[in-house]
Design a protein around this ligand. Structure first.
Ligand code: BTN
Length: 321
């Protein structure tokens, strides 16, 4: 059912303003005209505006502004990510949901919510997630040791940077998990995992991207330090296209990560970094360290040159500057 629906959306999108007849659709999808009508009705009930002109056929007028799986998949160019998309109008948290299904889910399964009631940020902070953003979690099952999991946060950041660049923004990366535009946070990444001492069972890579909404929607205390894509560009962007491009970029980096060395990704991260070269303070649950950020280690940690001249590798913490 879902595959035929995806094919139907693809077909309707390709024919642009020319009607395509029920008979033509039926022939291409190898289904009866009654089934074509059923699929059309089902799409219409989901918010697709499909004009049916008697004797001529169907025209796709507009699609719903929801990241519905069949809509995403109709133009998706990935092999692993997004083959299974679970879409919700509202969830407490996509990361929490992803963790309940991760063990039995295929690698690359994506959980998407149009809004979150209890979105979670790092270190127990709330993550405000109104409609218009992209709130998603991806289940990944790489064969890695737990110490390497933080590298996935870095490659998630790289993918977001590429997608933001493709719509004309000039993003940068703040270690460990923020993407900034004009010095303000536009995306946060929350990587969580289930692991044994020497083996990761699964990773949930959670990405929150402030896309088509006004920063006024955010609580006052984070408003000044945050931005959204629509605020930066002065117009809304195509969420569907942005989401597809993000999944594509993520997959490219993920395949590179699994099949090649981390070195090139690390260099890319440094090239887009806002943190490297700055004097920073890193706060961890057990200590506070001041120094100059001088690089990223091969394990994905931040290399900090301390005031006494020594270098320390920090694997996680809050970075303040
Ligand atoms: C941070 O910068 O503190 C990380 C924010 C991560 C937010 C995303 S939104 C989708 C996913 N689900 C959650 O509950 N959190 C992450």
């Amino acid at each position: 059912m879902e595959n035929k629906k995806i094919e139907l959306i693809r077909l309707l999108s390709q024919t642009e303003s020319k009607p395509i007849s029920g008979e033509q659709i039926g022939r291409k999808l190898e289904i009866s005209r009654t089934m074509v009508w059923k699929y059309i009705q089902s799409l219409q009930s989901q918010g697709y505006s499909i004009i049916s002109s008697p004797g001529k056929g169907y025209i796709l007028n507009s699609v719903p502004d929801s990241l519905l799986p069949e809509l995403v998949q109709a133009g998706l160019e990935t092999d692993i990510l997004g083959k299974d998309i679970r879409h919700f109008m509202e969830l407490e948290s996509t990361n929490d949901y992803a963790k309940t299904i991760a063990r039995d889910a295929n690698e690359g399964t994506v959980i998407l919510a149009e809004s979150q009631k209890k979105g979670r940020g790092r270190k127990g902070f709330d993550w405000v997630s109104p409609q218009g953003g992209i709130w998603m979690s991806i289940v990944l099952k790489p064969s890695i040791v737990p110490a390497d999991a933080s590298k996935l946060t870095l490659l998630g950041g790289l993918a977001v940077v590429d997608s933001l660049k493709s719509i004309g923004l000039n993003p940068s990366l703040k270690w460990p998990n923020d993407v900034l535009v004009n010095g303000k946070k536009i995306c946060g990444i929350l990587t969580e995992m289930e692991a044994e001492i020497d083996r990761v069972e699964y990773i949930v890579l959670g990405l929150g991207i402030n896309l088509n909404f006004d920063t006024d929607m955010l609580p006052e205390e984070i408003r000044d330090g945050s931005t959204t894509i629509s605020d930066e560009l002065g117009n809304y962007v195509d969420r569907l296209e942005f989401f597809r491009s993000l999944l594509y970029n993520l997959e490219q980096y993920y395949i590179h990560f699994k099949t090649q060395s981390f070195e090139e990704l690390m260099e890319r991260w440094i090239d887009s970094s806002d943190t490297i070269g700055r004097n920073v303070r890193i706060v961890t649950p057990s200590k506070m360290v001041d120094g100059r950020a001088i690089g990223i280690s091969l394990s994905g940690g931040l290399l900090l040159q301390k005031n006494d001249g020594s270098t320390e590798e920090i694997m996680s913490g809050r970075c303040i500057y």
